[in-house]
Write a protein that binds this ligand. Structure first.
Ligand code: UD1
Length: 403
């Protein structure tokens, strides 16, 4: 059986790696379904800079993609259309039994949509599986929310990472037999690489002391694309930056906006003698997976607008302020590590003050145990062995007739 797995952007890589690993392990055991699983890894190239892509392949020991689509950047329409155009012939040629898409980026929706309408395949279309299904911010101004809702609607198997996802899908009327609560593959990657991350030299590189610095990331379009919104967030960090070292790996989108909006004065100069650094926001290049995990793990606090980092801080028990008004990952708030700081300077300052008092969490969400990839491969293989894929897309009556 052939399973095609799509990655495209930075947060996809750590979600897909455990699935590929579980496939390798199942093949080496010749698991109970007694048929080799042939994985095909497709990288759309939505992220292409070496610090946004290659560095993660190396750290996560991901195999070189079998197919690279080289899509690159563009408006949402341009990027999604390009992904679809370039992905369709690959899907037709590879003719997999199942397609696995992860997360909520444009590559996730683009590729799922292509597969959902595939007509050139004699035996019906492949089974579509969405990993990290069911998450909802209930904010449709976020492109990721649109990607999540639509991908879930057209997927056959919905692999859910936290229990809110099960509730959301039920409320949307998605039949229960399509929904599988398997846990979080991002946590599989974290568990596997945590020890290695401890050996990173990144703290020395930036002269940081464990527990004495704050880690900042911000890249969401809603936070950085408009000058006033971005400046408001930076104003919310001013008191913290006056007394703490704040290390800020800058996403390419954010870098571009800092330059375009002329916001450089909020930051320390790029080239500094790190030993003499006692306070202020220090911009650095995007970090690789292991160095970044090390930075999270040893931070006094993390401030972010990323989805995945809310989860990683929860798993590591590190206090986090999320500079957004909502989260699609409510379990991170329920566990106590994550606090929504909003996007106004006063609310951000208040959340930072509160989280500076927080001494760390110990609760871990259900099934964030490092075994999500294994569960996903088991379920996928069982479904494929039952040849459910043969019936996908056929009228109900025909399924019954054939049964
Ligand atoms: C995408 C995802 C977002 C995710 C984020 C993680 C969508 C809709 N958004 O946002 O959910 O949180 O990735 O990073 O899919 N750029 C580079 N080099 C790169 C990639 C991007 O310079 O390797 C620059 C380009 O100027 C590009 C901009 O960053 O225009 C934005 O990239 P894009 O892929 O459109 O979205 P992200 O903001 O990265």
């Amino acid at each position: 059986m052939k399973i095609l797995i799509v990655v495209g952007a930075r947060p996809n890589f750590m979600k897909a790696a455990p699935i590929l690993k579980a496939i390798r392990e199942a093949n080496s055991r010749r698991a109970e379904w007694n048929e080799e699983i042939i994985p095909v890894l497709v990288h759309t190239g939505q992220h292409y800079d070496s610090l946004m892509s290659d560095a993660f392949f190396a750290d996560l020991e991901l195999p070189k993609p079998d197919v690279f689509l080289g899509v690159g950047s563009g408006s949402h329409a341009e990027q999604t259309a390009e992904i679809m155009k370039r992905f369709e012939p690959v899907l037709v040629k590879e003719d997999p039994d199942a397609l696995v898409v992860v997360g909520d980026v444009n590559s996730t929706l683009g590729c799922a949509l292509v597969a959902s309408k595939l007509v050139s395949r004699a035996r019906g279309r492949p089974l579509i599986a969405h990993v990290e299904a069911g998450l909802r911010s209930f904010d449709r101004s976020m492109p990721e929310e649109i990607n999540r809702i639509l991908t879930d609607l057209i997927s056959d198997l919905l692999f859910v990472s936290e229990d809110s996802g099960v509730r959301n899908l039920r409320a949307e009327g998605i039949p229960g037999d399509r929904v599988c609560f398997v846990g979080n593959t991002m946590m599989d990657s974290l568990h596997e690489h945590e020890d290695k991350a401890e050996q990173s030299r990144v703290l020395e590189q930036f002269a940081l002391t464990r527990g004495k610095y704050v880690l900042l990331t911000v890249h969401r379009a809603a936070n950085v694309d408009e000058r006033d919104a971005f400046a408001e967030i930076l104003d919310g960090l001013d008191r913290l930056a006056a007394s703490h070292r704040v290390i800020f790996p800058v996403h390419p989108r954010t870098q571009k906006q800092i330059h375009e909006h002329g916001l450089e004065s909020y930051f320390r100069p790029r080239r500094i003698d790190y030993e003499k650094w006692d306070a202020g926001i220090q911009m650095v290049e995007p970090q690789g997976y292991l160095d970044f995990l090390c930075l999270i793990k040893n931070a006094r606090m993390v401030i972010t607008d990323s989805g995945g980092i809310q989860e990683e801080t929860t798993a590591l028990g590190v206090p986090c302020v999320t500079v957004r008004d909502n989260t699609e990952r409510p379990v991170t708030v329920e566990m106590g590590t994550n606090l929504l700081g909003g996007t106004r300077r006063e609310t951000i300052r208040a959340a930072i003050q509160r989280q500076l008092q927080f001494r760390g969490g110990t609760l871990v969400p259900e099934k964030w145990d490092g075994k999500a990839g294994e569960r996903i491969v088991q379920i996928l293989a069982e479904r494929l062995m039952a040849q459910v894929s043969l019936y996908v897309g056929r009228p109900e009556a025909q399924i019954q007739e054939n049964a």
